[in-house]
Write a protein that binds this ligand. Structure first.
Ligand code: ZN
Ligand code: FE
Length: 257
């Protein structure tokens, strides 16, 4: 399976995967980059996957649906414009020769879902489309869910295989890593990774996809049980060492950072 990040707007990515003939896209907030990629690579659109209802993830749906009669998979708990096939935890989505497991990840929005492909071929790594739930070095804002829900959702994703390719919907990595440094200034892997990301951005490349094992090592929101993260969170309002309270304090601190 070939994987491409199509840049959209300022800092969104519309992920596309294809087998050389058919393609599917995730969260098409704009149709133009999708049409251009289909045309350039001579691919036929087979399906659209949606993670949540925000406009920068769904605004391209109507024009794509007007051109292609393809299924749109979308979260059962959210209202998405147009006709969609609703999916939730436990459902499978099969397209472009791959099977995706749907994982409920409430927090950023109430019904946010992620799509996980457990690679069957040895030459491939699993793929996760996580929308605005997990970002490299950070996580989405809590617009509709509780900290408890978001913490649980991130924990679910952190348990996926370490070599899973993490396909986030925004290029927020460098600003997330600035915050991560404030939380954990002595994290050596974070320092190395930041250097690599700065280079990627300087030469105009994406920092994504990330990997689950890297996020476990550098992302403070997945490290709420690490001593250095706990002590920083305690200095920023966490009333205890409890992981959800640490997470809540970190998220609040990041909102104001
Ligand atoms: Zn969003
Ligand atoms: Fe977004």
């Amino acid at each position: 399976m070939d994987l491409l990040a199509l840049p959209a707007f300022n800092d969104n990515y519309i992920w596309m995967f294809h087998d050389g003939v058919e393609a599917a896209v995730v969260d098409p907030g704009d149709c133009a980059p999708v049409l251009a990629a289909l045309d350039r690579l001579k691919l036929k659109l087979a399906a659209i996957l949606v993670t949540h209802h925000h406009h920068d993830h769904v605004d391209g749906l109507a024009s794509l649906k007007a051109r292609f009669d393809v299924p749109v998979y979308a979260p059962a708990l959210e209202t998405i414009p147009g006709s969609v096939i609703t999916v939730a935890e436990g459902d499978d989505v099969r397209t472009v020769g791959a099977r995706f497991q749907v994982i409920d990840v409430p927090g950023h929005t109430r019904g946010h879902i992620a799509y996980f492909h457990r690679a069957e071929a040895l030459s491939e790594a699993p793929v996760l489309f996580c929308g605005d739930t997990l970002f490299s070095g950070g996580c989405g804002r809590l617009f509709e869910g509780t900290p408890q829900q978001m913490y649980g959702s991130l924990q679910r994703l952190a348990e996926l295989p370490g070599h899973t390719r993490v396909c986030c919907a925004h290029e927020y990595t460098l600003s997330n890593l600035k915050f991560a440094h404030a939380v954990e200034p002595d994290n050596a892997e974070l320092i190395d990774y930041t250097r690599w990301c700065e280079h990627q951005r300087a030469v105009g490349l994406s920092t994504l996809p990330s990997r689950i094992d890297r996020e476990r090592a550098v992302n403070p929101f997945l490290r709420c049980d690490a001593a250095a993260v706990i002590s920083s969170a305690r200095r920023h309002g966490s009333p205890s060492d409890d992981a959800v309270e640490v997470f809540t304090a970190l998220r609040q601190w990041k909102n104001e950072f």
